[in-house]
Structure formats: C-alpha cells, structure tokens
Ligand binder design. Structure first.
Ligand code: SF4
Length: 192
C-alpha cells in the first residue's frame, strides 16, 4: 500500500492528469472508506469504486462478496452526515468521463466515482474498446467476440486498422445480458 501511494504522489507531482485510483468494492473496504475519501481532499485525485465483476471465471461467488454501488453511496452519505459535509454530484470530472458517475465532498479537490458494473449497468454509455496483449480488439469485457488487429498494425495498414476499429465498434452489443458468449479471458488479460 505505501508503494502504491508513493506512485500516486509521484504521478500528481509530475502533473499527470487525470490521476484515477480504481478500487474494487470488496466488503473489507468499508473501514478504509474515510481514508480513501481523505486522499481526495487536497489532491486532484479521482478515486473510483468499481463493483467486482464476474469476468473470465473470476468474480463474486455469492451475494455479499462485493458491495453494491448503492451500499457504498449510502456509507459515503453517512460519512457526509457525520461531519464530512455535503456529498453531491461533481460539476466537472476527469477527462473522458467514461462509465463512472462522479461525486465530490464540498470543498474537496478530488472526486469519488462509482462504476456500478453489475447492479447499475451502463452498456448504453460504454465507449470502450480494449486491445489484448496478443493484438486482438475486444468490444466488451463480458464477450468472447474479438477481432485481429495485429495483422493490420504489423502491415502498417492505417486503413486496415481503421476498418478493424469500425468493425469492432459496429459489433458492439449494448446489453450485457444478450452477449454472444462469455469470455474465458480474465480481467488482467484485457486491461479491464
Ligand atoms: S458493453 Fe460490455 S464492457 Fe461495456 S458496459 Fe456493457 S458489459 Fe461492460
């Protein structure tokens, strides 16, 4: 943990922007919530809480293995009511908004974001494509559908690369419940 925090501090010192800290919503996290909020007070840091997703054979096995967005928001509102002040939607957010919904404690420099990837899904807002380490373009974390992008890149074929990107975007399924097949790749293999 100290090493991770040193990395965050270094990123801020060198003015990288935006700096986002992704945190999976494990139940053990609750006692540490005040500390995660505290690091957003004087730093332009965006702490994003993400529901633990069932991807590639990993993920929660039973209800309660992961906190939900609603549970975490309730805990943060309680912190606000108990002295941290108003906790409201942020009027600005890190570049690219992405799938997170951002909130801020009044007067804080950084934000707290939520990615309700299981309980409050957002496929219709999802603008992500992912490139696997073996050069395949994947248009959804939960899908096994992939397109080879490596060949066009290796051939330095710009039109070919653009065509692969367009095809992948065109195939995007905006409902995780009707995806053609669950992926065998784990989260760490898709940069999730
Ligand atoms: S399209 Fe796929 S990756 Fe995007 S939000 Fe839906 S399930 Fe997640």
């Amino acid at each position: 943990m100290p090493a991770a925090l040193k990395g965050v501090e270094a990123a801020l010192r060198f003015e990288l922007s935006p700096v986002k800290l992704n945190v999976v919503m494990m139940p053990e996290l609750l006692p540490e919530l005040p500390a995660f909020v505290a690091i957003t007070r004087h730093r332009p840091l965006h702490v994003r809480f993400i529901e633990w997703m069932p991807v590639g054979g990993c993920g929660p096995r039973a209800a309660g293995d992961s906190l939900t967005k609603a549970q975490l928001m309730a805990a943060l509102r309680e912190l606000g009511a108990n002295g941290l002040g108003e906790f409201a939607p942020a009027d600005s957010a890190p570049g690219g908004w992405g799938p997170a919904h951002y909130y801020r404690f009044e007067g804080y420099k950084g934000t707290v974001g939520f990615i309700g990837s299981v309980s409050d899904h957002f496929c219709r807002e999802c603008n992500r494509l992912r490139l696997t380490a073996d050069g395949r373009l994947k248009n959804c974390l939960f899908s096994s559908h992939e397109i080879d992008a490596k060949s066009a890149v290796q051939a330095r074929d710009l039109d070919g690369v653009l065509a692969v990107i367009a095809e992948s975007l065109g195939d995007k399924t905006f409902d995780k419940n009707v995806l053609p097949g669950r992926t065998a790749r784990g989260m760490s293999q898709v940069g999730g």
